[in-house]
Design a protein around this ligand. Sequence first.
Ligand code: GLU
Length: 454
Amino acid sequence: MSQVRVRFAPSPTGFFHIGSARTALFNWLYARHTGGKFILRIEDTDKERNSPEFLKVILDSMRWLGMDWDEGPEVGGNFGPYFQSERTELYQKKLKELADKGKAYEKDGAWWLRLEGARSMVFDDHLKKEIEKVDAAPMVLNDLVRGRVERAEDRDFVIFRSNGEPVFHFVNVVDDIEMQITHVIRGEDHLSNTSKHLELFKAFGVKPPEYAHIPLILKTDGPGKMSKRDRGALIEEYQQRHYLPSAVRNYLCLLGWTPTDGREVLPIEDIIQQFELSAVHQSNARFDERKMSHVNAQTLRTLPAAEFAAIARPILIQHKVIDEKVSPERLAEVLAIIQEKVISVEHLPEFMGFFFTESFKKDENAFANLTKKGGDPAARLRELLPHIEACEWTDAGIEAAFNAAAAAHQRKATDFFAPARFATSGQGGGPHLLGILRVLGRDTTLGRIKAFVN
Ligand code: GLU
């Protein structure tokens, strides 16, 4: 089989939302899976609605998600230009080709594609006038995702408007031909366009590519399609919230496809290896913010420590949690116990501020919970103090001190946990308590516990 050539063909008329990102991703995955080429083509023929700002967002977001393109803007290629706005001459030439073959004709200033089939005049209720219908043979599509789809166009359609601008269907097909696209992977909302596209391929006498129409993404609740206005819809939002790009990409893979090895959080190399168009779901996918966040948290855990530190450090500096003077070694110690518990980089400043300042925030709810069941946290900490003053400052040593305090006062070791956690971190939850105390160090721990007791 010849080399796979797929394309992502966005129109830069709005921000980059997860539906577009997922379409780009499935194309990219298929190219990487098959060793083919991934082409980025900008469908910017609608001059009124296109903007350079939107184009920049698309390119930036694709780069952020790690979807590199083999041909397209900024990288070039043998089939350019890759902006439709720069291909006008080609479209004129291709229109002439159809006109010369008698497949296109002019009427009322516009150019129409002539369908083959018996013609008759019928009254159209909707348009409230007589129109010419064509009894064209149905176009049969064997979609790689949807299976067999049959649909007949029943009237000629415009391919060049009277203002001289080519119509989407025409440029889309011309470019798929000229760029030698082998597989068109796009959203199911385009399925209804495909019969027109197949008619155009027929008119040009070119074998159409394979098609794979991928399922829609529905909003979290309700039957509707996810729209740009829905929370979580824009890729930029995840960028701003410091989501890991690899996690966002991993989650997008799950919108309409399931990894074959049963894992949901997995390295991109494994996804590339497993990805098949035939395994893409027919049923609609549903956006689930909680799952996205879960995938992000799981991905965070698997990051090498140095990579995690490289992401965390500038954010912590920016939020004034640490300054440049904090050594990489000290930060690494803290991050080592944070990494398995924090669910998003976005939460890091709040989650670990207490390691670096004595004026850390105290969670009122956590404090209320301490005394709720009639406990006396100060009394517990007074009982604990002599034991942790004397112990060896390791996880095991500190744990032994809690056990010794429990034995001395006929309590459970856990009775001391929440008070110790609150006194040293101001929180009701967070990283493992023994880790917190060990990393805070004996002096800071004792200082904070004494401050709380007094
Ligand atoms: N420009 C079209 C869109 O953004 C591309 C359709 C296609 O992939 O064929 O929806």
